[in-house]
Design a protein around this ligand. Structure first.
Ligand code: AHG
Ligand code: MN
Ligand code: MN
Length: 468
């Protein structure tokens, strides 16, 4: 029986028990119910009150610290919200500065606009969160041209004409089969190669686009023996060398081909027509260069180091829009990338010993051999995957096969801008950068060794060893 029940019992008016003396069986002491109740009730109350307060103390302190934590957390959130608002206002200030400077602001993730994966109809499956940029949010080549030329309308006009020439060539190549454009044109070009129908068409497209744009003084085409001096309105401030269709031996079997170009600033006075000296300069004078690859997709790769953010940019033609859309910056893997060597080994019996030794070493080191036979495609792969592309000098062709102005210089400039190395190897008694070659005539040739520093440097080391 609990003390509490005792109490109720003792309070009953008919009971006399409180007065009755009892003996405690344990210690023999005498007590009445009243005395017992007074004792136990007092003890109970004391203990209950103590226990209650002890409980309350714990609860109170827990509630207090909970409340304190709440206050702290809300302060923290407030601080974060404040920092976020400040950062946002900074971003919009910087964005406004970009707009004022006529330059496209970079994308959210720190790269240029469109650095993220290319959105397409598979985007949902690849990224259900939908964080990718839509096609209409990507930078177009036209936008790139406008921003990178920074108000130089003539250069913008020139780049735009190149863009247009590439689109027209791409379309002709796409339709070549049904349009009956495969096969030879029954002529031989300036450098003695058989000319294909598509070589002729591409050349007409490029010459026409560049002549008509009104900003070129001198044009050099692989397909024209002489430089074209633009006399209409005395031309303009720029000169362009181009290979309208590179890899023409691959045209008839639908393997990727390309166009290559390099741009120079005219140095002759604008009061008269331009001349060959305006373009017959070392590659270090080249102000912009690029190529367009007509492959499974058409891709235009351009470098204009003085404009925008420099480096090399890739744009792919979206056939549905007829517009080149930014894909990514072309940056070579500084470690050298995939182990690939790319050359026409059919010429190996004529090669210099260092080239023979290098290629043998590649095989020993587990390198893969890849060779399309279109410089544009072989260099494009080298830039993206890594390794080395070579068209070296040999005993039969001491200058190699590829042309300086419209193959060597533009590809060397792009390779260097993408972080690679472009060398002639041993050429005219010295090892030099391709860009330092001084062409003797507009269709001059030079040996080409370009790609990752890891591999190009290895070739040059073998040449240096041979010298000793
Ligand atoms: P083009 O078609 O403009 O004459 O250039 C062909 C070049 C180049 O694209 C390629 O790298 C090289 O020729 C291939 O030469 P080989 O057929 O001798 O390997
Ligand atoms: Mn070529
Ligand atoms: Mn060609």
């Amino acid at each position: 029986m609990s003390v509490r029940q005792d109490q109720r019992f003792l309070c009953h008016p008919n009971l006399t028990m409180p007065a009755e003396r009892r003996i405690d069986p344990l210690d023999g002491s005498a007590y009445t119910y009243d005395e017992s109740v007074a004792f136990y009730t007092g003890e109970y109350k004391k203990k209950a009150i103590e226990a209650y307060w002890n409980d309350m103390k714990v609860l109170k302190s827990a509630a207090k610290s909970k409340a304190k934590a709440k206050v702290k957390a809300s302060d923290k959130i407030k601080d974060l919200q404040k920092a976020y608002r400040q950062a946002q206002s900074q971003v919009s200030k910087v964005e406004k500065a970009f707009v004022k400077a006529g330059v496209a602001p970079p994308a959210d993730k720190g790269g240029r606009q469109g650095d993220e994966e290319v959105p397409n109809e598979f985007s949902y499956y690849l990224n259900p969160d939908g964080k990718q940029r839509e096609r209409f949010q990507r930078e177009t080549l036209t936008q790139y041209i406008i921003t990178s030329t920074r108000g130089d309308k003539q250069l913008a006009m020139l780049f735009n004409s190149i863009q247009h020439a590439c689109k027209v060539c791409s379309n002709s190549i796409e339709r070549a089969g049904p349009a009956g454009l495969y096969g030879l044109a029954d002529v031989v070009n300036a450098t003695g190669d058989d000319v294909k129908k598509l070589d002729v068409i591409s050349n007409d497209v490029w010459v026409s686009c560049l002549e008509r744009c009104g900003v070129c003084a001198v044009l050099v085409s692989e397909e024209d023996e002489e430089a074209i001096i633009v006399t209409d309105k005395l031309g303009g401030p720029y000169c362009v060398a181009f290979d309208p269709l590179d890899g023409s031996s691959n045209i008839d079997c639908n393997v990727s081909v390309g166009s290559i170009f390099s741009v120079y600033k005219r140095s002759s006075p604008s009061s008269g027509p331009g001349n060959v000296a305006d373009i017959l300069k070392p590659g270090t004078e080249c102000i912009a260069a690029g190529y367009c690859m007509y492959g499974a997709a058409t891709e235009l790769v351009i470098t204009y180091p003085h404009g925008g953010k420099g480096g090399v940019q890739r744009f792919a033609l979206d056939p549905a829009l007829g517009e080149f859309l930014y894909v990514a910056d072309m940056v070579m893997d500084p470690k050298g990338g995939k182990k690939i060597f790319s050359c026409n080994e059919g010429n190996s019996l004529q090669w210099d010993q260092p080239i023979v030794d290098f290629v043998e070493k590649c095989k020993d080191d587990g390198y893969a051999a890849r060779y399309v036979g279109s410089m544009v495609s072989d260099v494009h792969r080298t830039l993206l995957y890594g390794g080395i592309f070579l068209y070296p000098a040999d005993k039969k062709s001491p200058k190699g096969k590829l042309r300086v102005l419209y193959e060597g210089f533009p590809m060397a400039m792009i390779t260097e801008e993408a972080g690679g190395v472009a060398s002639t190897g041993m050429f005219k008694g010295k090892i030099q950068r391709i860009l330092e070659v001084l062409p003797e005539h507009i269709h001059d040739r030079c040996p080409i060794i370009m790609g990752a520093a890891r591999d190009v440097d290895a070739v040059l080391a073998l040449y240096n060893e041979q010298k000793k």
